[in-house]
Design a protein around this ligand. Structure first.
Ligand code: SF4
Length: 225
């Protein structure tokens, strides 16, 4: 798939979802990113709001007892590990970065709990730097569309996507694809029968998922008659 097609795909999807990037405090998006791994959005946002109420900045977070952080962020997955990481992250921000979230990716990656995805999230939302955080949605959809091979590692998918997209597209790609992944191109039972980019997709089971809904509708109608 070439640059043009990927650009078209993102345009088609964004006509549907109309996503926007709104600037967020780098500290907030850092907290969000650390909490979000393997956790549903609604659980992450709830935990993030509760934590930010009692720790508005790295200094306040570093003073919290780890048990308090655990109780506050529960039920995010791995809440015990994440509570420890959050405290360590706050301590590092205070000691090494004057209490501020650094802008440079190599510095972000030094922070406990921050991997490539979280660093990219902070770049895009916190600093307006074009980057593509690759989470499970972005990686799965890139594979189904045939942009990258099956089982591609997220960090490799990021490199491919960033090489194919322009700055504006890079800023929006994660937000568009995550929204699409939650809405239609779901991990199980993707809604291929109503997919606006069906013709671009290389997913080998797309016909199955497209036809499956017809079969379900047919048996439903037979059952009702
Ligand atoms: S056709 Fe199906 S698998 Fe392909 S992008 Fe659309 S929803 Fe995803």
């Amino acid at each position: 798939m070439g640059k043009k097609d990927i650009g078209k795909i993102l345009n088609i999807l964004n006509r549907k979802y109309k996503v926007k990037i709104e600037k967020v405090r780098p500290f907030e998006i850092l907290i969000h990113g650390i909490l979000s791994t393997r956790t549903k959005d609604e659980t992450t946002f709830g935990a993030q709001d509760r934590l930010l109420k009692i720790a508005k900045n790295p200094e306040q977070l570093s003073k919290l007892n780890v048990n308090t952080i655990k109780k506050t962020i529960y039920p995010v997955s791995f809440y015990k590990t994440k509570a420890n990481l959050l405290r360590k992250a706050a301590e590092m921000l205070l000691l090494d970065f004057n209490g501020r979230v650094p802008r440079a990716k190599e510095d972000l990656l030094k922070i406990p709990g921050v991997g490539p995805k979280v660093a990219s999230l902070v770049e895009v939302w916190g600093f307006g730097i074009p980057s593509i955080p690759v989470d499970t949605h972005v990686n799965r959809i890139s594979q189904r569309l045939g942009i990258v091979p099956k089982n591609n590692k997220p960090e490799n998918t990021q490199v491919v996507l960033e090489s194919l997209l322009n700055i504006k597209q890079r800023m929006l790609a994660n937000h568009i694809l995550v929204t699409f992944g939650q809405d239609l191109c779901r991990p199980t039972a993707p809604q291929c029968y109503r997919c606006p980019i069906y013709s671009y997709c290389k997913f080998e089971k797309k016909k199955y998922y497209k036809n499956r809904v017809n079969t379900i509708n047919k048996s439903y109608k037979q059952h009702r008659s």
